[in-house]
Design a protein around this ligand. Sequence first.
Ligand code: SF4
Length: 563
Amino acid sequence: MNVEPEATSTVDAPARPARPAAAAPRTPRTRKPRGEGQWALGYREPLNPNEQSKKDDNPLNVRARIENIYAHGGFASIDPGDLRGRFRWYGLYTQRKPGIDGGKTATLEPHELDDEYFMLRVRIDGGALTSEQLRVIGQISVDFARGTADITDRQNVQLHWIRVEDVPEIWRRLEAVGLDTTEACGDCPRVVLGSPVAGIAADEIIDPTPAIREIRDRFVGDPQYANLPRKFKTAITGHPLQDVVPEINDIAFVGVEHPEHGPGFDVWVGGGLSTNPMLAQRLGAWVPREEVAEVWAGVCGVFRDYGYRRLRTRARIKFLVADWGPEKFREVLENEYLHRPMLDGPAPATPERPGDHVGVNEQKDGNLFVGLAAKAGRVDGQRLLALADLAEAHGSYRLRTTPMQKILVLDVAPDQVDSLVAGAEALDLSARPDAWRRSVMACTGIEFCKLAIVETKAQAARLVDELESRLGAMESPITVHLNGCPNSCARIQTADIGLKGQLVPGPAGDPVEGFQVHLGGGLGMDAGFGRKLRGHKVTAAELPDYVERLAKSFTAERQEGER
Ligand code: SF4
């Protein structure tokens, strides 16, 4: 979930009509251009309330106040600037008050939507978890989050119903096993997406694990990188299936073999979704693994210093990259941040689709890994506890979350795999690669998100059940992504069927929950954004019928090999 609104409008105010000429000539005034709020060009003044809040106090300082003041004084003691701003730097958002319907989302003030409970995002860089860590998250869910737990499409786990009083104890438990929530949200370096099969896949080009760890250890929580213009999303993979959606991250390192220097990474910048979706662009540079963290810090520095801070709607790095182009971006990176040129490198081969690793797959050491799909990433604390036990009972102590809301169990011996798959099915975690649940994703939606207009998670689960019983396996999988509002936390623009939550006319003409449909988006070979067809809307109640019709006509009419 990303409950922070992305750009909602990038349309500048219309030009005003020219004034009539003044009667007497005026002395021309020299006006300082307004600028875009780029620090490197001297525009350091706070330019909007978010920038003011970050200037007033380093957001990382809020942790001490949570531990020393708010956890004792309770919700009412929280400073509003911390509550709706700096709490994010520790993965905390207020969740939506139950019972407020989607029609009121845009009309109520933020505080009227705030519940006294929080969503807490646990950061899992590279999705790498031990069974012990999974057990700790599961127990926290049971003890403090009413059993809630969602695997997000950024490899995090999100918990709900968290009270501020419990946050220090939750941190203590997480940190005891090497986990935390630092910079899980906010204008800072978010969790590093990493290939879920890093270090184990037989067909991996390069293992990105050391690079992910170095970025995490050196830069997360570093005040130098804690005040960026907006969020900064990183993805690193060395797998040929490009399993971390690199096209839509602010920075991505994608494994590639250099003809002279061997395996390393191609650097992409400026990808992102929401209302101005853009695909990341290659810098044409090849980076060896040991230099990834340095280049990452350079790109993050360019964004911090040159990023547009005046308008939140233009504050993502994609706007800077779009204006500069990749050549200028690389030049500034090399000249001002790295102080050396980077090596040129080849483009990696494009996979047909990004890999999701669902099913039983071979590791390079002869063991197997098993990719499991929950319905729309929704699990719960008890199931996480049971999964940790199940993995250990089958000799596995490592798991990975994926950017497709899935979870992998690693290191399973071949003679253990059938039993593990059966045990997972009993937990409603499917390893069947033909299941519709593999290709249906959903954001948090109205259950907890203050920006939501419609419900998504339960809707997605219903859709999976209906499609699996009506259609069974599909020869060519169709991805279906559901968002609860115009933001794009579930990446609707890159799905075959993208569903943007909104109120639509119901059978009696009254507004009911439904979706604007986007068709034909994709990543990999099909990288591009789905088209919004005018008037193409569907009510939530009609959704299974609609997807069934579309899937059937695609199957009936598709050409040989058509995706
Ligand atoms: Fe993101 Fe969904 Fe919330 Fe919209 S409703 S902000 S897409 S989580």
